[in-house]
Write a protein that binds this ligand. Structure first.
Ligand SMILES: [Zn+2]
Ligand SMILES: [Zn+2]
Length: 173
């Protein structure tokens, strides 16, 4: 993994000085190369990372959202279609972080490392079983024909569909 100083050493000095309850926003743009380097996922175009910082009593709250696009193969019919990556998560940053604390450390230079929060928010947004459409019919289990393109295939080949089940039954010798 290459070093990305603007993510690894993101300065929060201004946000730390804010009044209690005050908030500020920032947007980061990640190129497909950076995203691939961090997550091994190939996206289409830039990924926008939106940051909303809010000052709390002894910590900073962050609402982090990611927005991007990628091509994914349908888990039923294998057709490649465009999918949106859209997700948001909340994080807390503090200067003193104790063991077992979920908060992330703010360094003495008032900077934080945003790499892990971005990776976590991004990766959990990706569908492990994407479909080209909710009603996707998938492929014929016997001959592999795409049933979305051949709606009459099932009707015309009823034996074709039953045969698989019959073949799987234990044979009586
Ligand atoms: Zn499909
Ligand atoms: Zn078939």
């Amino acid at each position: 993994m290459k070093e990305y100083k603007f993510l690894e050493n993101y300065v929060v000095k201004e946000y730390w000085k804010m009044e209690l309850g005050q908030s500020a926003t920032d947007t980061l743009t990640l190129t497909p190369e950076i995203v691939a380097d961090l997550t091994e996922i190939q996206v289409l175009g830039e990924v926008k990372v939106n940051l909303i910082w809010e000052k709390a009593e002894k910590f900073l709250m962050l609402n982090l959202s990611v927005l991007g696009e990628l091509n994914q193969e349908c888990s039923k019919c294998l057709k490649v279609t465009l999918h949106k990556i859209e997700n948001e998560s909340e994080f807390e940053f503090s200067q003193s972080v104790e063991d077992g604390d979920d908060r992330i450390k703010i360094t003495s230079d008032l900077a934080v490392n945003l790499i892990q929060p971005i990776i976590d928010t991004f990766v959990t947004a990706i569908d492990q079983f994407p479909v080209c459409k909710k009603s996707c019919l998938g492929l014929c289990p016997t001959c592999g024909v795409n049933l979305n393109d051949n709606p009459d295939h099932k009707k015309a080949n009823t034996n074709h569909f039953i045969s698989e089940e019959v073949d799987n039954k234990p044979k009586i010798v």
